[in-house]
Design a protein around this ligand. Structure first.
Ligand SMILES: Nc1nc2c(ncn2[C@@H]2O[C@H](COP(=O)(O)OP(=O)(O)OP(=O)(O)O)[C@@H](O)[C@H]2O)c(=O)[nH]1
Ligand SMILES: [Zn+2]
Length: 187
């Protein structure tokens, strides 16, 4: 698929002064939020969109806190957040809300996805390889607990994985347990 690339703009934030650029892949408008100098082995966070966690303060997941942690650390060291428009592990917001409704009835995150006809995780990370290549990045430090993200990067050396583990609360305990025990996350 043809990727369209926006111009670079300044993005001052409460965490630091970043630059922002959009990579448009069909209807998905991904973002790269980067802090210069990026460095030879930059700190990278590949973040999947979670409107409820990133913007609404939801306690059902750890996404908002992870995003903030990433921005704080990248503001300090240089690097980038690659913000992928893969809401709800790429089932979309409408379906994620339906999955949440099933979870209210006792299903876990995986069972809820299956009941709606989706795999437990519908994401792919091809665009990340494209973006890292565009920035001529060959070696990275990666902020993640998710082994699938590590496996999905081709031609990129992950010099070090940085864990990104947030404190749990009573609303996301089960979600984090499912990620750890059934999805292989290194939590
Ligand atoms: N389908 C579905 N998606 C969810 C649910 N909770 C969070 N998400 C989505 O999951 C994505 C975040 O992925 P996670 O698997 O939690 O974590 P990760 O980013 O892959 O892993 P880390 O890099 O270790 O943080 C976001 O797109 C969220 O919207 C849920 O219950 N159901
Ligand atoms: Zn979330």
């Amino acid at each position: 698929m043809r990727i369209h690339i926006s111009n670079v703009a300044k993005l001052p934030t409460k965490f630091g002064e970043f630059k922002i650029q959009s990579f448009q892949e069909g209807i998905k408008e991904h973002l790269v939020i980067f802090k210069e100098p990026i460095g030879d082995i930059p700190l990278i966070r590949i973040h999947s969109e979670c409107l409820t966690g990133d913007s609404l303060g939801s306690l059902k997941c750890d996404c908002g806190e992870q995003l903030e942690y990433a921005l704080v650390n990248i503001a300090d060291s240089g690097g980038m957040v690659i913000y992928l428009r893969q809401e709800g592990r790429n089932i979309g917001l409408f379906n994620k809300v339906n999955a949440y409704a099933l979870q209210d009835k006792g299903l876990d995150t995986i069972e809820a996805n299956h009941q709606l006809g989706f795999q437990e995780d519908e994401r792919n990370y091809e665009i990340v390889n494209y973006i890292l290549d565009y920035f001529d990045i060959k070696k990275i430090h990666l902020l993640t607990n998710n082994p699938k993200k590590i496996e999905s990067l081709s031609g990129i050396e992950i010099v070090k994985r940085w864990p990104i583990i947030m404190a749990s609360n009573k609303f996301n305990e089960d979600y984090l347990k499912t990620k750890k025990e059934l999805m292989g996350h290194m939590i």
